[in-house]
Design a protein around this ligand. Structure first.
Ligand SMILES: [Zn+2]
Ligand SMILES: [Zn+2]
Ligand SMILES: [Zn+2]
Length: 162
């Protein structure tokens, strides 16, 4: 599971499997922590996991509309906040978009590799980087509370396509 979290998804992989795994981990995690994994939260998480590309709140609202569901923006934002709080979803500030976490059970800060070409995102999620940032910040008398590193570049697929 952890190795998968570090890898970019292989082209043509069985993404249904990723979605099934994400939903299963969410059920286990919410069960363990006594959190309510409502139908709405499940649907929002499934839509975030639509692919390995970040999804905007308005993409989710559009999908709800297509499905004929009535969901006011605040409802969807509240569901996203719940998912972020639970660690099931990360918010990528630079893109103003959301990405599913492949390893939500383990508490971590995010380092994200974002492909500029296809927008695929992978989590690097390296505790050494986290510790280094904390240490360097501490040396400046700064207590790091939340870190989010967004690294832009080209994924392997896009690079090999030239
Ligand atoms: Zn996948
Ligand atoms: Zn994560
Ligand atoms: Zn790419």
């Amino acid at each position: 599971m952890h190795e998968a979290a570090k890898a970019f998804p292989a082209a043509g992989h069985d993404h249904d499997d990723c979605v099934a795994q994400a939903i299963e981990s969410a059920e286990v995690l919410c069960g363990d922590r006594g959190l309510r994994f409502t139908a709405l939260r499940r649907r929002v998480l499934t839509l975030v996991w639509d692919s390995h590309k970040p999804v905007g709140a308005y993409d989710i609202l559009d999908r709800f509309r297509e499905e004929g569901r009535k969901a006011a923006p605040p409802t969807v934002y509240r569901a996203l906040d719940f998912l972020i709080e639970a660690g099931l979803v990360h918010r990528l500030d630079s893109l103003n978009a959301y990405i599913g976490c492949p390893d939500p059970a383990r508490s971590h800060t995010g380092q994200f590799l974002i492909c500029r070409q296809c927008r695929t995102v992978a989590e690097l999620d390296d505790p050494e980087i986290d510790a280094m940032v904390r240490k360097k910040a501490g040396q400046l008398g700064f207590t790091a509370v939340h870190q989010m590193l967004e690294i832009q570049g080209l994924c392997n697929e896009c690079r090999s396509r030239g």
